[in-house]
Ligand binder design. Structure first.
Ligand code: 1QQ
Length: 404
């Protein structure tokens, strides 16, 4: 597992390498029970390797833009916000390790992460027990904020987002009657999202003709697809992660399915395009973010993101930016009340958790706040449709519907 620290303070490579060689992580101050006086360390635990890196890489871009943006605005009462990044990999053990390192070695004030709900159910209890606030940037399964009082999220739960997409599919094709569902049974998010989809299908009096189970590591879906196509569905709904979902879509089309496909949050990344290529064209995806949202904070975020990465931000980038923004704004409020460097770290973590839950934030996702439990209250949701370019590798989500 690699440790990367990206400050924008212009550290030279030799310093960086020297610090890594000493096992300290770059420019890490020696452990103290106070936040260091010139910067405040915020942990970021995201998947940079393994199958969830397709999401995690977009999220890291979001936190990088946030760190720069916040420090350009003056940081936290004159001190800079310094992100400590740990690669969680894509499994539970990696997330647990990353959390432990950030909590005990880097002595962060809070953590943005992990990438998958599947990881969160293992890693979050560790932060909760240590009294370290966690904001999940992309955990959408039911039950995440309920893990503990220190756990909240800026990623709207599947229960809120998924039904919107089903309604959009029916609007496009009102005669849909026979619906098939696929889900990755070894992933907490995929199971949770599929339950919601299946309930919504029944609530709409549609026929749920089959429920097929897959694994996130699967690359061949021929058996499940053949079973499904024999039943003549007019809509197929997928709850998977990105690589498995992308391959599944490609094989559905290769095996002759021509009807509508609706994907869940696992297909919300542009990194899925090179996997499913032109076969992704037309797939519907429910989204908790739209780059087209005209709120001032989103306009600023979009500009900063495009300047830094020459591409349009997608949902995982916007959510990760938002998680850092919430931490930073809560810290700014606390810093106006007292000298944060004089607070013992455990007290600062506790106060930060209380403060962030109380706030109201103007973010790229729109205005948001939290329930006392840490569940996000978000107003706007969207349905995007994948539109692939001629090259069959790049594409975009075009906005089909918004709740604005
Ligand atoms: C979760 C998700 C994934 C699809 C995105 C990272 O929503 O694991 O909760």
């Amino acid at each position: 597992m690699k440790i990367r620290r990206f400050t924008f303070l212009g550290l030279g490579l030799p310093v960086l390498l020297g610090a890594i060689a000493l096992g300290l992580g770059a420019c890490n101050s020696p452990p103290t029970d106070r936040a260091t006086s010139d910067s405040i360390p915020l942990g970021v635990a995201l998947a940079q390797s393994g199958n969830a890196a397709l999401f995690g890489q977009e999220a890291v871009q979001g936190v990088q833009v946030a760190e720069r943006w916040i420090n350009e605005q003056g940081g936290i009462d004159g001190r800079s916000l310094r992100l400590a990044l740990q690669d969680t990999g894509s499994d539970e053990a990696g997330a647990v390790n990353a959390f432990q390192t950030l909590i005990n070695r880097d002595r962060v004030v809070g953590i943005v992460g992990p990438t998958l709900s599947q990881q969160a159910f293992s890693a979050d209890p560790i932060a909760d027990q240590a009294g370290v606030p966690v904001i999940a940037p992309s955990n959408t399964a039911a039950g995440i904020p309920q893990i503990g009082e220190f756990i909240s999220r800026v990623s709207a739960p599947v229960a809120v987002v998924a039904p919107t997409a089903l309604a959009a599919a029916l609007k496009i094709k009102p005669d849909i009657q026979r619906v098939a569902v696929f889900f990755a049974q070894d992933d907490a998010f995929s199971r949770s999202e599929s339950e919601i989809f299946q309930q919504s299908i029944r609530d709409l009096n549609l026929d749920l003709v089959t429920v097929q189970q897959t694994q996130t590591s699967d690359t061949d879906f021929q058996t499940q697809i053949n079973n499904t196509l024999n039943l003549n569905p007019d809509l197929i709904v997928l709850s998977t992660l990105a690589a498995d979902g992308g391959n599944l879509i490609r094989q559905l089309r290769e095996l002759g399915y021509e009807g509508l496909i609706l994907g869940g949050n696992g297909l919300n990344t542009m990194n899925v395009f090179p996997v499913c290529r032109r076969f992704c064209d037309g797939v519907l995806v429910a989204q908790a973010y739209s780059p087209a949202y005209e709120g001032a904070m989103n306009v600023a975020f979009r500009q900063a993101f495009e300047a830094q990465f020459q591409q349009t931000p997608s949902q995982f980038s916007a959510q990760a930016f938002t998680a850092v923004q919430v931490f930073a704004e809560a810290l700014q409020v606390l810093a106006r009340q007292e000298d944060l460097s004089a607070l013992p770290l455990d007290e600062l973590r506790q106060k930060l958790n209380q403060q962030l839950l109380m706030g109201r934030y103007e973010t790229p996702l729109g205005e948001l706040s939290f329930s006392p439990e840490g569940e996000i209250d978000q107003k706007q949701f969207y349905v995007g449709q994948i539109q692939m370019d001629e090259d069959g590798r790049t594409g975009r989500f075009t906005l089909l519907q918004s709740t604005d």
